[in-house]
Design a protein around this ligand. Sequence first.
Ligand code: F6P
Length: 342
Amino acid sequence: MRIGILTGGGDCPGLNAVIRSVVRTAASHYGSEVIGFRDGWRGLLEDRTTPLDIAAVDGLLTRGGTTLGSARVAPELLDAGLPQMKGVLAAHGIDVLIPIGGEGTLTAAHLLSRAGVPVVGIPKTIDNDIGETDLTFGFDTAVSIATEMIDRLHTTAESHQRVLLVEVMGRHAGWIALHAGLASGAHLTLVPEEPFDVDEVCRLVSARFDRGDSHVIGVVAEGATPLPGTMALRDGGVDEYGHRRFTGVAQQLGEELERRTGKEVRTTVLGHVQRGGTPTSFDRVLATRFGLHATIAAHEGAYGQMVALRGTEIELVPLEKAVATLKTVSPARLAETGAFTG
Ligand code: F6P
């Protein structure tokens, strides 16, 4: 069998571990070949490939990023490029395609699958917002990095009796903010799922200092928004992929807080440091298991499916179901922070 593989969307720790796992499983269990398409769907559209054998994936387990390169491609281009992509796959004699990606990449995978291309998807994203899987690899690493950074910010905030706001990634889902906030003992967690009340945030900050606390740490997801009418947030419009352009919610909230409470506020934006570097052992294992099970599924003809973590087991779920809705933080999960914040 010949397997095509690509990594699409924003990179995340664990992508190289999956590539290694697919190549090793394909070669050692089945004697199959793997061809990598470079830079996500773009490589498939433009017919840019690289052969992947066991020697090519040596040392990849621990390496961050993706050796295949990644890119975002506008959905219209993918729609229009469907015949082209089918042609390239046929020309390379690809029997099954394994796209590894987040919401956008898996939606495109579903499109190809509906058009008759044999596809097995693998979910990845630091945001952990893919439906039908308990977790995606990359998330644990991002949370670990954010937690370490917030731990460090506690001590400097304490020394200066400041409010420190930390902006973490999370466009539509506040999973990183929620977990890093809980893990680091943050006093405030703001997520995209629940618009925040600026008056309430100011009240909380003032109350903490009034009762003698030394500092306040707030974790703010980049996609968090204020309740309408409570604070102006600059509008950055949308990019060519239809994604909202962020304008720095933590910085803007910090300015508002300083103005209203008189407390000193500093803001740290963690940004892409959350996505860089070596994956945690948890993510290495999850990525390796996803790659193994996707390769088995490809050989068993389980097309149109995505590998997913359910409890401790890897299962197959229909791609259609996985891309139907984003997995966001539920009010119940958010409420769990109640005893530890405020
Ligand atoms: O989807 C993963 C992610 O890291 C988001 O958390 C973030 O909003 C986005 O990608 C950033 O994208 P880019 O790397 O294109 O700036």
